[in-house]
Design a protein around this ligand. Structure first.
Ligand code: PDD
Length: 287
């Protein structure tokens, strides 16, 4: 039985209950983060907490906890739960109001929920076979930089991919690839690693930023620029990135092979660099 954190207390997950009037339940009115931990070391904790603050500011919820309080809760939860590697899910919803009303009062007490789940170890060997993806029209709103719990469009888009036997949907807005339903997208174009610039049309992924940083450190050519649908279809490599997926090679797009239909050499270099980074984090050699 896993231990979770709810509004100031640690408890078995079965005992964690929230009001049916919670606006997270009624409106999807909340924000969240997913943070991987390798050997109890949280990956890019400061960056995740900064993005949480940005999401909270954007939806006008006061951050109910300080950076130090968040850190203590996350560390305690990792210690209370099992798993060499875990992913922490944290959510802040606006809380319960006495009546259902779209508009909200400023003085509601936010609901804070955190859980930790064991994460299957991701290795180069496990990722090498790659996945297939489909393209779909990006039907989401224009504030996708907010990590909001209201994910109905993402849920339906990912489900459509699953129905079509694909692992992910790559979303197209105004002729450009924005991101996946639950991941960021990269392509390799003429040997250059390319990902769209941050904008309200996509989530500023922590994994995305880490990959760009690692590419710079290792003198791998990379660029943040728009990816047209034509660029996507002509790419020699396509990758999907997220905290839980790490860097996943896409080997087929809309049933057409990507490159030669196998993972590409630049993915091969980057995944080794990423795994080495994780190993250092796990060993406590980096923060
Ligand atoms: N999602 N874009 C979207 C729409 C996402 O939902 C995610 C991650 C990402 C990648 O962000 P990061 O590298 O910070 O994980 C991009 C998480 C994992 C989820 O919803 O479970």
């Amino acid at each position: 039985m896993s231990t979770v954190y709810l509004n100031g207390q640690f408890m078995p997950i079965e005992q964690a209950k929230v009001s049916v009037l919670d606006r997270g339940f009624l409106f999807g009115d909340g924000v969240y983060e997913v943070i991987p931990a390798y050997g109890n070391h949280l990956l890019r904790l400061n960056e995740h907490l900064r993005r949480l603050q940005n999401s909270l500011d954007a939806v006008r919820i006061n951050n109910p906890l300080s950076q130090q309080q968040w850190t203590e809760i996350l560390q305690t939860l990792l210690a209370k739960n099992e798993g060499q590697d875990q992913s922490v899910y944290l959510q802040v919803s606006r809380g319960a109001a006495p009546v259902r009303d779209h508009a909200f009062a400023a003085d509601l007490v936010a609901t804070v929920f955190v859980m930790a789940n064991p994460m299957k170890a991701v290795s180069r060997e496990k990722l090498e076979p790659g996945v297939s993806a489909i393209t779909l029209d990006d039907i989401r709103w224009k504030a996708c930089n907010i990590k909001a719990t209201a994910l109905l469009a993402n849920v339906l888009l990912r489900q459509q991919a699953a129905i079509e036997g694909a692992a992910e949907a790559i979303l197209i807005r105004d002729g450009r690839a924005t991101e996946g339903a639950a991941s960021n997208v990269f392509i390799v174009q003429d040997g250059v690693i390319v990902t769209p610039p941050t904008s309200p049309m996509l989530l500023p992924g922590i994994t995305r930023d880490l990959i760009l940083e690692l590419a710079h450190q290792n003198d791998m050519p990379c660029a943040e620029r728009d990816i047209s649908e034509a660029d996507l279809r002509a790419a020699s490599e396509i990758w999907l990135t997220s905290s839980t997926k790490e860097i996943l090679p896409v080997i087929s797009l809309d049933e057409q092979p990507v490159g030669n239909g196998r993972y590409g050499p630049i993915w091969g270099s980057m995944i080794d660099i990423y795994q080495a980074y994780k190993a250092k984090l796990r060993a406590g050699e980096i923060q």
